[in-house]
Design a protein around this ligand. Sequence first.
Ligand SMILES: Cc1cc2nc3c(=O)[nH]c(=O)nc-3n(C[C@H](O)[C@H](O)[C@H](O)COP(=O)(O)O)c2cc1C
Length: 128
Amino acid sequence: MLIVGNVVGAAPGIYRYDLGVHELRLALPGDHRAHVAAAALEQDCVRNAAAILAFAAVPQRTTEKYGERGLRYVDIEAGHAAQNVLLQAASLGLGAVPVGAFSDVKLKSALKLRANEEPLYLVPVGRP
Ligand SMILES: Cc1cc2nc3c(=O)[nH]c(=O)nc-3n(C[C@H](O)[C@H](O)[C@H](O)COP(=O)(O)O)c2cc1C
């Protein structure tokens, strides 16, 4: 998901990544950064980021295939994806930081995640 706050060319809002068509779709218009920051211990890097990437998973989708070990694969894959975002941000001269300190319950509510979706990782991005 992408929480857009202050990005030229993109309206503020919470965007969901549509797997089927590889597109971001606006799910909730408006600036939701304060809600996301409130779920993440009021960290300034979250509140002030131009945009925040939020990684979430449907763990059941993976555990159905790999059993309990699937939970490990979900976490590993989120790490890979977040690392790619950090590398891309660095190559664009942007600042980004991985954030794992948040309340699962509050973040789930702030992002309006579905019941079977679990929040894993936040990566706020902005101009340093
Ligand atoms: C899994 C994970 C979770 C993290 N969570 C947070 C966080 O909630 N808040 C934060 O400011 N940094 C967080 N970080 C970032 C690290 O604190 C930071 O990148 C690391 O301390 C390196 O800092 P340095 O650049 O000062 O060496 C997290 C890093 C990882 C790998």
